[in-house]
Ligand binder design. Structure first.
Ligand code: FE2
Length: 476
């Protein structure tokens, strides 16, 4: 384990408790863990989670989204497990490390006027997927994608798409495990405001096209079927007057529709077909699939607070997104691409459910199962339990070991030789506050409500983070 001098952090609820950053990188073998149960022999691959972990004391007002990317990974093979964690060596972090201090403020601070190439620090801290045998880390504001070795977590530099990358890339660009392709989108403040593209399994750019939006937008995710990408034009935007004064203020344009852009994977952006739904905001999609002329899409739709008359207060979406009061419900949108008919509605109205995962290889199929985190947002965002959803019926199974436990986004790991869609495991980091320890839980997805079949008690903390993936052993 390598140790660095621990910075002195200012008081901030996202630098304390389950969010307190760790000061070091680490490699920990199974012999250094306490194991409850047995690591399943048919679990082969690497669970990787990205998230913010500041390396230098912040210059200004720390925001939860500001920390430097640190990957936490657990490699499983042949009944054994190894935990590793390492910072992603981004351009900004390397500049700061050379200087021995932070050089950028955070999203609540003024932008760096002397760095038009990176006025806000691109941390790459948001998302991670496997493509071409390497991890790709991505940033929610659209930034440089960084490549990382999935086993050692050594940084391999920026992905340059074999010399052809000309845009930043948004978090929640996706890998198609069946074709090996990486389907990406990019958004920004300059017209045409969005791009879409595809890399093949070798990293060659096979499609790249501008997608024209009416103005700058703040999309966070997309859907992908076997044929189409579905891009988001949602009515949450920056207040441009405030932006011109250097302030970040969100606006929700309740009179604008939600628009989903349906684009064949390798087509030009001029061929995109926009479909309108009720105004809303969506952070995270689940699955989309095509059934004849119908295109169906599931996801976690932001769930507004209610006004004095008990009706949804759409303006509360600004508060929800701007002040970490994350509220969402499982929801389904459908459009008939032949007739233009649309349908939409909640699949479940009970759980505040977000950070969804699923079987990667089933993306684009009529997927049956998704695994979400149950969200609480006071005093900070935490995940007090996990939910297994049946996307056909909205039925759910809930699992939590109690109020002392906090879970992470929990990807699905298919069992080696598994047959059914849920033949595998849900893997996640868990903070056990009662025993002041961090654990890795492995839950048999077919017996979800029974809880973990194996727990690995780590000799170190793992702070809360953002998105995770399952890197299949045969794809590494
Ligand atoms: Fe996200």
């Amino acid at each position: 384990m390598t140790r660095a001098a621990k910075p002195v952090y200012p008081a901030n609820k996202y630098l304390e408790g389950v969010y307190a950053p760790v000061p070091d990188e680490a490699v920990i073998g199974l012999e250094e863990m306490t194991v409850e149960g047995e690591v399943p022999a048919d679990l082969d691959g690497i669970y990787v989670r990205n998230g913010p972990n500041i390396r230098h004391a912040p210059l200004g007002n720390y925001h939860r989204y500001d920390g430097d990317a640190m990957l936490h990974a657990v490699q499983f093979n042949d009944g054994r497990a190894t935990y590793r964690r390492k910072w992603v060596e981004t351009e900004a972090l390397m500049e700061e490390t050379a200087a021995g201090r932070a050089l950028w403020g955070g999203m609540l601070d003024p932008r760096r006027a002397d760095r038009p190439d990176m006025p806000l620090k691109d941390t790459a801290n948001t998302d991670v997927v496997l493509h071409g045998g390497k991890l790709v880390t991505m940033w929610y504001m659209a930034g440089d994608p960084y490549l990382v070795d999935p086993v050692s977590l050594e940084s391999l530099g920026k992905a340059d798409f074999n010399g052809k990358r000309t845009t930043k890339i948004s978090a929640h660009s996706k890998t198609d495990e069946n074709t090996g392709e990486f389907v990406f989108f990019a958004y920004g403040r300059q017209a045409p405001y969005m791009h879409h593209g595809v890399l093949d399994g070798e990293g060659d750019l096979t499609a790249f096209t501008p997608v024209e939006l009416p103005g700058p937008r703040l999309p966070h995710d997309m859907w992908m079927t076997h044929k189409h990408t579905i891009l988001h034009d949602l009515p949450l935007i920056y207040d441009e007057a405030a932006y011109a004064q250097g302030r970040v203020k969100l606006r929700f344009e309740a009179d604008w529709p939600t628009r989903f852009g349906v684009l064949a994977r390798h087509s030009a952006g001029t061929d995109i077909r926009w479909v309108e739904f009720q105004p809303c905001y969506i952070l995270h999609t689940i699955n989309a699939w095509e059934d004849g002329d119908w295109l169906h899409m599931t996801g976690c739709r932001i769930h507004p607070f209610e006004d004095a008359q008990g009706k949804p207060d759409l303006q509360s979406i600004v508060t929800i997104m701007g002040r970490h009061k994350l509220r969402a419900r499982l929801y389904k949108w459908s459009v008939n691409l032949a007739t233009g008919a649309t349908k939409e509605g909640p699949l479940d109205d009970r759980w505040n459910a977000e950070f969804p995962t699923w079987k990667n290889a089933a993306m684009g199929d009529r997927m049956r199962y998704a695994y979400c985190a149950h969200i609480e947002y006071e005093p900070v965002i935490t995940f007090p339990g996990l939910i297994k959803y049946d996307l056909e019926t909205g039925a759910s199974e809930y699992f939590s070991e109690g109020s002392g436990y906090t879970y992470s986004e929990a990807p699905f790991a298919p069992a080696t030789g598994g047959t059914s869609e849920d033949d595998g495991y849900v893997v996640c980091f868990v903070r056990n506050a009662d025993r002041e320890q961090s654990e890795v839980h492995i839950i048999d997805a077919r017996n979800f409500a029974d809880g973990p079949v194996c727990k690995l008690i780590l000799p170190c903390r793992v702070p809360e983070g953002f998105h995770a993936t399952w890197a299949r052993g045969d794809l590494i």
